[in-house]
Design a protein around this ligand. Structure first.
Ligand SMILES: [Zn+2]
Length: 350
C-alpha cells in the first residue's frame, strides 16, 4: 500500500488543506476500485466502514490477492470538515461560495480528459472537486459514501448501470436502490458516469462499471458493529466484482430490496414551521392519507397542530434528525409506486 497526502491550496495566503489517499496497486488483471467518504465533511458511517475495511485490504495485499488497483480516500473533504459555526458542523455547503460540496463537479466529455486544467482558475472547493475527479477517473468501480439524517441503507444508481449493479446492492446489504439519470446538478456520481455515456460500448462497459452514491443510514448510525458490517459488504462487493480474490467469501443472495426510479420519491415538505412529532420512521410502510408527521405550529392553541399526510402509499426511506422545521423544510422521503406530483428534475435535495 502506498500513502500519499493531497494538498489543496486555500483561497488566501497561509491556508491549505490536506487529505490522505491510500493506494493498493494490485497485481493486475482485475477491475479497479475507488472509494471515498464524507464528501460533506461529517458522514461518519462511511468513514468508519473504510477504517474497518483497511485491515482486510492490507491482509489481502500481503497474501497477494488484490488484482485491480484500489484507491481509498477515507475523508474526502477537509474544507467542509473544518466548517464549524457556533459548535455545529456545517459541511454541506462551502462557506465561501455557498455551493453544495456534492454539486458542480467538472463534467468531462471523455474519461481521458484531465480535470486538473481547472486547478489554477477556481476557488478552493472547485480545486478539491477537480482533484477528486482526477483521483477517481479511470476506476471501474466508484463508490461515494454518504449518509442521510435518519435512514435506511440505500444506493443512488445511474439507470444505465441497472440491473447490472444488483449484485452490488446485494453484497452491501442495501434496503433500497434509487435509480436516476440525466442531470443531478453535477454531483460526484454524475461526474463519474457522464464521461462514459458517450463512450464506445467496449469502453463504457456498463455491465461491469459501478458508480454509486451510498447512503449508509443516518448520521448517528456510527458504531463498531455497523462499521464492521458495512466493511464486510464493501469487501464482498470487491470480491464478487473480481478486484480481490477470496474463495472464503460466499456469493450474495439476489437483491431483494426496493428498487425505484427517483421520480417516485416523495419529498414530503413542511407546510408551516413548528415542532415535529413523527408518527413514522424509516422502514415503515404507509398507506395513502396516513398521518406522517404532526407539526405543532402554535403551541397551546386549540388548533395549533397540523397533520401532514402521505401523498401516496409507500416505504418511508428517511426522516429528519432534528425536530424543528421551517416552512418548506424537508420532513422525510417516501418511496411510492407512481411519480410524485411534486417531483422536480435534478437531485432530490439542494
Ligand atoms: Zn453527504
Amino acid at each position: 500500500m502506498r500513502k500519499t497526502v493531497e494538498q489543496i491550496a486555500g483561497d488566501t495566503q497561509g491556508i491549505s488543506f490536506a487529505f490522505p489517499v491510500y493506494v493498493f496497486e494490485g497485481k493486475g488483471g482485475g477491475p479497479t476500485a475507488y472509494l471515498q467518504a464524507a464528501l460533506h465533511g461529517g458522514e461518519l458511517p462511511g468513514v468508519v466502514a473504510i477504517d474497518a475495511l483497511m485491515p482486510m485490504l492490507r491482509k489481502a495485499e500481503l497474501q497477494g490477492r488484490i488484482r485491480g488497483k484500489i484507491t481509498i480516500v477515507p475523508s474526502a473533504n477537509p474544507i467542509g470538515r473544518a466548517q464549524y459555526a457556533a459548535g455545529d458542523l456545517m459541511g454541506r455547503f462551502h462557506f465561501g461560495t455557498q455551493t453544495n460540496f456534492n454539486r458542480d463537479f467538472p463534467l468531462l466529455s471523455s474519461p481521458d480528459d484531465n480535470p486538473e486544467y481547472l486547478l489554477d482558475q477556481s476557488t478552493v472547493d472547485q480545486r478539491l472537486k477537480a482533484r477528486l475527479v482526477a483521483l477517481s477517473m479511470g476506476h471501474d468501480i466508484v463508490l461515494d459514501l454518504h449518509c442521510d439524517d435518519e435512514s435506511l441503507a440505500y444506493l443512488y444508481v445511474p439507470t444505465v448501470l441497472w440491473p447490472f449493479m444488483q449484485d452490488c446492492a446485494a453484497a452491501m446489504n442495501m434496503d433500497a436502490v434509487i435509480l436516476w439519470d440525466g442531470d443531478c446538478g453535477a454531483a460526484f456520481d454524475q461526474a463519474s458516469i457522464d464521461p462514459y455515456l458517450g463512450a464506445p460500448t467496449e469502453r463504457a462497459r456498463f455491465d461491469r462499471r459501478v458508480v454509486s452514491t451510498v447512503e449508509y443510514r443516518g448520521l448517528a448510525d456510527v458504531d463498531a458493529a455497523l462499521a464492521q458490517h458495512d466493511a464486510e459488504g464493501l469487501y464482498r462487493l470487491l470480491v464478487m466484482r473480481g478486484v480481490i480474490e477470496d474463495a472464503a467469501v460466499a456469493p450474495s443472495k439476489p437483491f431483494r430490496g426496493l428498487t425505484s426510479p427517483i421520480e417516485n420519491v416523495e419529498m414530503v415538505r413542511a407546510p408551516c414551521a413548528g415542532a415535529l412529532l413523527y408518527h413514522v420512521k424509516p422502514g415503515d410502510r404507509v398507506e395513502e392519507g396516513q398521518k406522517l408527521v404532526t407539526i405543532v405550529h402554535s403551541p397551546g392553541e386549540v388548533d395549533g397542530r397540523l397533520d401532514v399526510l402521505a401523498p401516496q402509499a409507500g416505504l418511508i426511506l428517511t426522516r429528519r434528525n432534528r425536530r424543528a422545521a421551517y416552512s418548506g423544510d424537508d420532513l422525510l422521503k417516501l418511496v411510492g409506486s407512481r411519480p410524485s406530483a411534486t417531483h422536480r428534475p435534478g437531485a432530490l435535495e439542494d
